[in-house]
Structures are given as C-alpha cells and as structure tokens.
Ligand binder design. Sequence first.
Ligand code: SAM
Length: 295
Amino acid sequence: MTSFSTDWLSLREGADHRSRDPVLQGQVLRYLEKISNLKNDPIHIVDLGSGTGSNLRALAPLIHHNQKWTLIDYDPLLLKAAREKICVWADSIADRTHNNHLDNDVNGLVTLVKNNYEITVQFLQKDLASKLQSELFESADLITAAAFFDLVALDWLVQFCRALKTSLYTVLTYNGEETWLPSDPRDTEILEAFHHHQGSDKGFGNALGPSAFKAMEQLLKKEGFQVETGSSPWILTRNDTSLIQELAAGTAKAVAETHLVSHEIAKQWGEQRAKSQYCEIGHDDLFAIYKKNSI
Ligand SMILES: C[S@@+](CC[C@H](N)C(=O)[O-])C[C@H]1O[C@@H](n2cnc3c(N)ncnc32)[C@H](O)[C@@H]1O
C-alpha cells in the first residue's frame, strides 16, 4: 500500500484547486442542479480516496443544495486529518457547524450550514482494492475522486466501470506529461523511470499510472456513459517553491527506487529541479454521465 502524508496533500491543495478544468466543473454543477430539482433529499456525493477532504473543499461550496458527502479512504490517519481540516474549514466558511465526534470515533458526522444549505460529511475507512463494494455507491448521485485513478490497476478499473451505475467526476488524474524549465539533458530518462515507478503496485496490482485516464475514458464509453473530458495541468511558478521542491525530491526518490537511473543522477536531478522556477505537470479531468441520467 502506498501512503500519502497530510503535509504533501496540504501542500498540493492550492495547485489542485486552481488547476481543475472550470468548463467541465461547470457541467458537473449544472448536472447536480438538475438532479437536485428532481429530489427533496440532499445530493449524495461519494469521494473515493478522499485523503484529507480537498475534493470536498473545492466542490461543496459551489453546489447550492443540501449535500451529504461520504469520504472513503483506507488510511485512518488521513480520515482523522480530514475531519479536523473540514471542521477548521467549516468554521471559516459556514454559518453554523456541528462536529458529532466522540474521541477515537472516526465515523461521527460533521455538519455545516452555509447560506441555508446543509452539508453533512461522513467518513468511511475502506480498502477499495480489497473488494469492489458497489453497495457503497448505490445511493450516490455522483461518485467523485481526485488524484486517485492513476493508482489503480486495469483489472480493477474494468470491474469498477462495469459496476458503476451512477455518474462519475474525476479530477487531476496524472497523464505523464511534464515540462521543467530550463530543460535538462537528464529529463527524458528521469521521466521514463518515473513512469516506470508510477506503474508499480499501489495496492491494486500494477498501477495504470499515466495510462489510467485514456483507459478509463475508453472503458466508460464502452459501458455506454456519455464522457466529457478536460485538462487540469499544474502550472507551477516561483510562487509554488515549496511544492516544486517536494515534487522534485519525491520524483528523484521514486526514480532512484527503480534502479533504471543511478542513485547519483537521480539525486543531482532532484537537487537541480528543486531550484526550478517553472514546471507543468499534466493531469486530466473526466465527467462520465450515466445513461439513465443524461443531460
Ligand atoms: C494522491 S492521494 C489524493 C487524496 C485526495 N483525493 C486529494 O485530492 O487530496 C490518493 C488517496 O487515495 C487513497 N487510497 C489509495 N489506495 C486506496 C485504497 N486501496 N482504498 C482507499 N483509499 C485509497 C490514499 O490513502 C490517498 O488518500
């Protein structure tokens, strides 16, 4: 299993939020508005691999309807951090909040009220790799995920797309395209080795890594979904120094682990890239509308 630190997820949150494709996000919001006009209950959104809740913080304030969110992650520490961060965030944006939390209970709800809309958040610790629990999704109006699908394996993705019976909105799936400036003669071999690392087992079997997005798009079309896509590259500049430094160090470490590039070259590249003042990291977003809910 691969674990992600709360520090890394916090560091990337600003870049993640500003990089999401706004046109596609607008389509998702119109879709949710249409759904909300057809029901009195809150809209139910399930976030896969939710980490500390960044996806909720990006999307929930844009939805003008009561909402119920289910955040699913296998990492109890990230779910605990998610609760804490959502409470702090809610205190800063909401008119009222209620944290129904007993010590050591990761499952208690958080509820906040903003402009008369209620947002209820529940936290579920589940390993999505162990068995695809489609019952988790049954009551959902939308399944969403951020920076998650590049971790999964092809077999898992095939099963997931087959089992999916609701619309899906995924953001920030890594697509393998990277530009670092100024260019460096080692960039190509480093990127190849990094892609090799991205394809290693992240808990689901060999990960699709940079090929996940295209595979997902094709599989969902085959299942009859109406699929719309957009791009969400990180464009990092001198205002993102800490993120660039962590990214360079993380890439160099991953590359060294593959043994496709010498430890020394990976280290030198990482040190050089930590000083970069511009880089683009390619990601893609996807909105797949379930045929019964077409808009
Ligand atoms: C790159 S992080 C993204 C987190 C969050 N969506 C965000 O945008 O900040 C990937 C997340 O997927 C979760 N994850 C990975 N494998 C998982 C699995 N098998 N079951 C549930 N969650 C998983 C990790 O714990 C982590 O929170």
